[in-house]
Design a protein around this ligand. Structure first.
Ligand SMILES: Cc1ncc(C[n+]2csc(CCOP(=O)(O)OP(=O)(O)O)c2C)c(N)n1
Length: 372
């Protein structure tokens, strides 16, 4: 396995001066090392992967130096626009090193939302004209860095490392997210599902949707929620569409802070459209908990100011089960869109399962409830 420290130092010695990106579970040990050791001018965790590519480009413009951009391969979708229309040799030709976690690699069992993306990642890079090197547990750190950085020097354009599962050895991050409350996400969700019994629920990417799935079972109910297993950051826009399509039902969007930040532009649009039947719940643990617990900037954000400035009708907040119940009672008196921030603790059960039904089955179950 590759030692994250050795790899990080090796990249620095080879000329990488800045690291930017969105964390990924396959890269979590490397991301944690970078986060602990990169100072504010050496490491920036961005809201989405496209932002990281753009940031790397900006850094190159003023220094002539190289930045590395780390991401899960699902983030390629966010990155493709600045890769093709900014960094590409046919446009500004910006050298940068992509470090991409290869979820859904063919032959490796993974969740449905990663299968397609995993299968097409190499072809996507081919199509983009980005040379790539596959990294795995037996790769020599020195050799792959020399090869990739050498190629980068020759082409003066993006080069990628495609990182297989199990490549990095363990590193336990030291930087902890800000503790916003002691309420466990699962307990918050249990309370929210109770309160939102007759609503349409649309939940965000990562462990939130896995917990929602399990809690439906715990409640003795059949699956009825829309689980946004992929498409991170788009839950609130899915909820906006659902709210417009089904004005007679309340739509409850259960978002995460990392996810909301990824496409924060959805908020002023919701605020402008003003769907009366939309409740936008933000489970704020100030972390990307699902992929390793890396801190987000949400621990220091005033979501009340943000939501109201974006045009939401009301902001509510809770940090315990009783607070959720009280806020829900207030919610009945208000037209939406309501922004409901629930401050939660980081952490989840070790034995948390994954949906046993397929995404299509979940979609059909949600649609059956929506069209009742
Ligand atoms: C476009 C994209 N980038 C990265 C990921 C990997 N990813 C899955 S869940 C997650 C963290 C979500 O954080 P948050 O919304 O705060 O929820 P939490 O995990 O803390 O419950 C990340 C980065 C992804 N699925 N899609």
């Amino acid at each position: 396995m590759i030692d994250p420290k050795k790899f990080y130092i090796g990249l620095q010695e080879a000329g990488v001066r800045l690291f930017a990106g969105v964390p990924d579970s396959l890269l979590k040990h490397f991301c944690a090392y970078v986060d602990d050791h990169g100072g504010p001018s050496e490491h920036v965790m961005t809201a989405n992967e496209g932002n990281a590519v753009a940031l790397a480009a900006g850094f190159h413009l003023t220094t002539g130096q190289i930045a590395a951009v780390y991401m899960q391969n699902s983030g390629l979708g966010n990155a493709i626009n600045p890769l093709t229309s900014l960094a590409d040799p046919q446009v500004y030709k910006i050298p940068l090193l992509l470090i991409i976690g290869w979820r859904g690699e063919p032959g490796v069992k993974d969740e449905p939302q990663h299968v397609k993306q995993g299968a097409i990642t190499p072809q996507q890079l081919d199509l983009l004209g980005i040379p790539y090197y596959v990294m795995h547990a037996d790769t020599s750190s020195e050799e792959i860095i020399t090869e990739a950085m050498g190629r980068l020097e020759v082409t003066g354009a993006p080069v990628a490392l495609l990182v297989r599962k199990g490549t990095f050895s363990s590193y336990k991050g030291q930087r902890k997210p800000k503790m916003l409350s002691s309420l466990k996400r699962e307990d918050a969700l249990r309370e929210l599902l109770k309160s939102a019994a007759n609503s349409l629920v649309i939940s965000t990417t990562g462990k939130t949707s896995r917990e929602v799935y399990e809690l439906r079972g715990e409640r003795g109910e059949t699956q009825r929620d829309f689980l946004t297993v992929g498409s991170m950051g788009h839950t609130s826009s899915i909820a906006l569409g659902a709210a417009l399509g089904c004005p007679e039902k309340r739509v409850v969007c259960i978002d995460g802070d990392g996810s909301a930040l990824m496409h924060l532009g959805a908020l002023p649009i919701i605020g402008d459209v003003k769907p009366k039947n939309l409740v936008h719940v933000l489970l704020n643990n100030a972390a990307h908990e699902s992929v390793g617990g890396q801190p987000t900037v949400a621990g220091n954000l005033d979501f009340e100011a943000i939501a109201l400035a974006c045009g939401y009708k009301r902001y509510l907040q809770a940090s315990d089960a009783e607070g959720i119940r009280d806020a829900w009672a207030l919610l009945q008196e208000n037209d939406g869109p309501v922004f409901f921030e629930v401050k939660i603790a980081i952490g989840s059960r070790d034995d948390l399962g994954r949906p046993a039904s397929t995404p299509e089955e979940n979609k059909n179950a949600f649609m059956a409830v929506a069209t009742l």
